[in-house]
Design a protein around this ligand. Structure first.
Ligand SMILES: N[C@@H](CCC(=O)N[C@@H](CS)C(=O)NCC(=O)O)C(=O)O
Length: 241
């Protein structure tokens, strides 16, 4: 069966991984087109190949084109029956989906609203020179990484712990009684946080439900097989991407 869906993304886990996990868990084949330069992004913004979008990842099915990761996840969740069953759960899913993507963005994006002392990940990881890679400025960047770990990481994780606990005391899924796209989003952001901040994540004693959730979700047969496969790429190691 040829893949109906095509995912355009960079050769890294990043935001694309939220989408890959949905395909993997659903057992739906998809074609992945790895981006090498910004041409696609420019064409996408101009709406040259379909509905104008923002930035990769981009999902295409025929002439239907969609960007914005949380929206793509919601769309695929609905397509593949991984969607909340009540209206209240649907709205709670929206809320948590937005929180997860705020967390990831803070771990990467470039937003500095000095008056609010709000520092984002690009600054966290690129303190000396914004355009140089993280690895060439690790030492200069470390205080910001330490700040992020101390002041922000545990807050995001605690919020997600409380959220998970709110449904069935944290023993099942994020909302309702069955797996939704949101569980896969939570799984990915936890894998991402653990990968980048392994020591702080492992040492955190206040997130037992998240840790158990991470283990339980990672052991689902299709996901476990994916994580062991060549299809699953590594995290780049310079942010939560
Ligand atoms: N809010 C968007 C952010 C997309 C985004 O920033 N994508 C990055 C890679 S993870 C990118 O390729 N940006 C290129 C650009 O902004 O032109 C989403 O969630 O999809």
């Amino acid at each position: 069966m040829s893949a109906e869906y095509e995912l355009f993304y960079w050769p890294l886990a990043g935001r694309g991984e939220f989408i890959r996990l949905i395909f993997e868990e659903a057992g739906v084949p998809f074609k992945e087109t790895t981006l090498k330069d910004y041409t696609f992004s420019t064409d996408l913004k101009a709406g040259k190949a379909g509905f104008p979008g923002f930035a990769p990842p981009v999902l295409r099915k025929g002439d239907f084109q969609l960007s914005q990761t949380p929206i793509i996840c919601k769309y695929l969740g609905k397509q593949f029956g991984m969607y909340p069953e009540t209206e209240e759960d649907e709205w709670h899913a929206e809320q948590v989906n937005a929180t997860i993507h705020d967390f990831l963005a803070e771990g990467w994006l470039i937003v500095c609203i000095a008056s609010l002392h709000f520092i984002t990940a690009r600054i966290v990881f690129h303190a000396k020179c914004f355009t140089e890679g993280y690895h060439s400025q690790k030492k200069e960047t470390q205080p910001y990484v330490d700040w992020f770990i101390k002041e922000r990481l545990s807050k995001w994780l605690q919020m997600l712990e409380v959220t998970l606990k709110a449904n069935k005391d944290g023993q099942g899924f994020v909302v309702g009684d069955k797996l939704t796209y949101l569980d896969l989003a939570l799984l990915h952001v936890l894998r991402s946080a653990k990968s980048q901040f392994a020591e702080a994540f492992d040492a955190n004693q206040d997130i037992p439900l998240l840790k158990a959730f991470l283990e339980r979700m990672s052991a689902r047969p299709k996901l476990a097989a994916y994580f062991k496969s060549d299809r699953c790429g590594p995290f780049v190691g310079d942010s939560m991407m």
